[in-house]
Design a protein around this ligand. Structure first.
Ligand code: XMP
Length: 310
């Protein structure tokens, strides 16, 4: 596929659709939304307002890092504090689909609805990719960023039209587009990170305390596995507990699962064969996190597993 031609076609199409109007897009710092931000900015310049919605579910230092990185490319990003709204929406929820649904609603209806009203934007640029659509349609998962594909009319329901310029591509294609747009390697080579963020890495309730735990584990895993060249690596906080010993006392502690996967496009994946030394170091660091006394490495391929736990 000629990605240069793809980019030119998408730019022309975005310009034609938006005309003299105003578009808005949310940047999470992941590959897909970063590429949409680059593509949208190239197409629309000042007619595109990019926001970073701080949902309290991000990785360590992520909001600052993302805003700084895009500022260095001349793309201004507004940071919007929506922490309370997301935490309130997730309160008491344990079912994976209910959690995803709460995030979708809070993101599109509450927070975006407000921003759209404030800015008068009529178009939303979104980084939906083909894998998201296929898995939603197949009923495997309700990806947070799918609207029209699941029968919601965003114009009627939320007052804006959604543009999805990457919807025919998989992750490898999105990375090709990033290269055409000359986005820095810090973005293109980043491992995928889901839109619902750390909420997909917590089985059971999402609380401030559990977020602190999984955020810390995520930072360790990303630090330790950054040199593996794997497609994706992550830490998941389980809802189960296990007995252990902490400072000479029995403790019914928390369990973190580590995943490190090879994959071309996230449709299938296999666990990476990691050196014992590395696994031991990860285990040692993760079990040093307060309240965590077990760390396990998940060998399950996709299928039958998925990459994430919810
Ligand atoms: P699963 O867990 O379905 O994940 O094997 C496949 C790929 O998609 C990512 N993922 C998401 N990305 N919104 C996203 O933007 C989501 O809701 C979402 N859920 C999973 C996951 O990290 C993996 O790369």
């Amino acid at each position: 596929m000629d990605y240069q031609a793809f980019v030119e076609e998408q730019i022309a199409s975005i310009r034609k659709t938006v005309g003299q109007g105003l578009a808005i897009n949310a940047l999470s710092g992941g590959v897909d939304s970063s590429v949409v931000t680059g593509l949208g900015h190239r197409s629309l310049g000042k007619q595109l307002k990019t926001v970073f919605i701080d949902n309290n579910l991000m990785r360590k230092d992520e909001p600052e890092r993302v805003v700084r990185l895009f500022a260095s490319m001349g793309i201004p990003v507004d940071r919007v504090n929506a922490r309370t709204e997301f935490m309130n929406a997730l309160k008491g929820l344990t079912d994976p689909e209910e959690k995803r649904n709460a995030i979708t609603r809070t993101f599109y209806a509450t927070v975006f609805g407000r921003l759209v009203r404030e800015t008068g934007a009529k178009f939303l640029l979104h980084g939906t990719i083909l894998t998201d659509i296929e898995e939603t349609v197949a009923g495997i998962k309700r990806q947070h960023n799918i609207l029209s594909q699941i029968g919601i009319d965003p114009e009627k329901e939320y007052g804006y039209q959604v543009l999805e310029p990457l919807k025919t591509l998989r992750k490898d294609g999105v990375r090709e587009v990033a290269r055409v747009l000359r986005l820095p390697g810090e973005i293109t080579e980043r491992i995928p990170f889901p839109g619902p963020a750390l909420a997909t890495r917590i089985v059971g309730q999402v609380t401030e305390e559990r977020l602190v735990t999984v955020r810390e584990a995520t930072a360790i895993v990303e630090e330790e596995l950054g040199d593996t060249g794997a497609f994706q690596y992550l830490a998941v906080l389980l809802n189960d507990r296990a007995t252990g010993i902490q400072q000479g006392k029995r403790e019914f502690g928390q369990i973190i699962v580590v995943r490190c996967l090879h994959s071309a496009d996230a449709r299938t994946a296999t666990a990476a064969e990691l050196p014992w030394k590395k696994l031991h170091r990860i285990c040692e660091r993760i079990t040093s996190i307060k309240g965590v006394n077990r760390c396990v490495y998940d060998l399950t391929p996709k299928p039958p597993a998925t990459i994430e736990y919810i």
